[in-house]
Design a binder for this molecule. Structure first.
Ligand SMILES: *Cc1c(COP(=O)(O)O)cnc(C)c1O
Length: 363
């Protein structure tokens, strides 16, 4: 008989006593003393759990939509009986704090405001701090989808007063995709722990509260050990680099990408103060197909992708998230985009663009 062997045979269970440490380390990355819950699934499940656990008839929510994620969040809240007002930004663009302020003034009695911090789908950054202060001034609880932004943008959960922040390790933190986490403030718990709160459900945060109250021991069910070992490894690396330096690395990748693309004469989709540090987005020139750029870059071994969402197929994204936030990836993306422009007969100074990237990295 041939020997069948694989290093993953006999994977040890993740030690129960380490979950509390994981939660504590995530709290430190988020700068929060709030409770941190671990969700045994991809971050979309954590987001759906938040919406499902908050939703009830009589709850009013203002839901900011700047990508499909926000659209889903509103739909999950409605499914649970909440009254939801969606405010939707123009396709692929951030929301203005002023629009949010007007919507809050026009709709007194809102309990919860939800938004995404930074969008990897379009490369935008929402004005998080302004919006959180608008909500706080009115006593409204806030839910922030920081799945993409954690590790790529400054995020100070307690300093800004975010009630629920949802994160995933798979973006800027460079970790596994099969586990996620969220922080929950005392005020958010008050909204969640009502008599009709969903129970005995993988989407029930009230159930996860029992895990906290029981002393952060073994998670319910059979947690997937590889995911938790991988999360621990990702946190080891993040802490060795330091979250501040990780954020700086993303800032550098974003500013170098922008400098390089500007030197090519490319049209950046949003100005720097409205752009994410995770992906940099350009709008392809009229008459040029994004699909052509993507195919051409792929031929050079460079991954460029289209914008995700309605009416965003004219956008090209240069992804410099997590392990991709490096000089090599940024340079390759800029050069490939420039060469695609030239292939299409458009002028593009690749030398100047490369120099601009190098200079941004030396700054
Ligand atoms: C990536 C991401 C998620 C998680 O969704 P997946 O696409 O399934 O990884 C949630 N919210 C935001 C803003 C994200 O960027």
């Amino acid at each position: 008989m041939t020997e069948v062997w694989n290093p993953l045979y006999g994977t040890p269970v993740y030690p129960a006593k380490r979950y509390a440490t994981l939660a504590h380390r995530i709290g430190a990355a988020l700068k929060t003393d709030n409770d941190v819950l671990l969700v045994q699934a991809e971050a979309v499940v954590a987001l759906e759990a938040v919406a499902t656990s908050l939703a009830r008839p009589g709850l009013s929510a203002l839901n900011i939509v700047t990508s499909p994620y926000g659209g889903w969040f509103g739909q999950w809240l409605r499914r649970g009986g909440a009254d939801v007002i969606d405010i939707t930004a123009l396709p692929g663009l951030p929301i203005d704090a002023e629009t949010v302020s007007e919507a809050l003034d026009a709709n007194p009695g809102i309990h919860v405001l939800a938004l995404v911090h930074a969008e990897s789908t379009s490369g935008i950054l929402n004005p998080l701090l302004e919006i959180i202060s608008l909500a706080r001034a009115r006593g409204i609880a806030t839910v922030v989808d920081a799945v993409a932004s954690v590790g790529g943008h400054r995020l100070d959960v307690d300093g800004s007063g975010i009630d629920i922040a949802v994160i995933g390790p798979q973006k800027a933190l460079g970790g596994p995709a099969g586990v996620s986490a969220l922080s929950v403030s005392p005020r958010a718990w008050e909204l969640i722990l009502h008599d009709d709160a969903p129970r005995d459900s993988i989407l029930s945060l009230a159930d996860l509260k029992a895990w906290l109250d029981d002393g952060h021991g073994a998670l319910p069910g059979t947690p997937a050990p590889l995911e938790f070992f991988a999360l621990e490894a990702a946190l080891d690396r993040v802490e060795a680099e330091s979250i501040e330096r990780l954020i700086t690395r993303h800032e550098k990748a974003a500013s170098a990408s922008r400098a390089g693309l500007s030197a090519l004469g490319a049209s950046l989709w949003v100005p720097a103060e409205r752009a994410s540090n995770l992906v940099t987005t350009v709008s392809v020139p009229a008459g040029m197909e994004a699909a052509f750029v993507i195919r051409f870059a792929a031929g050079l071994g460079v991954e460029l992708t289209a914008g995700v969402g309605t009416n965003l197929s004219h956008l090209i994204r240069l992804n410099h998230t997590g392990p991709r936030a490096t000089f090599q990836i940024v340079l390759a993306g800029v050069v490939a985009y420039g060469e695609a422009l030239r292939q299409a007969g458009l002028p593009a100074d690749i030398g100047a663009a490369s120099e601009a990237v190098a200079k941004a990295y030396n700054a």
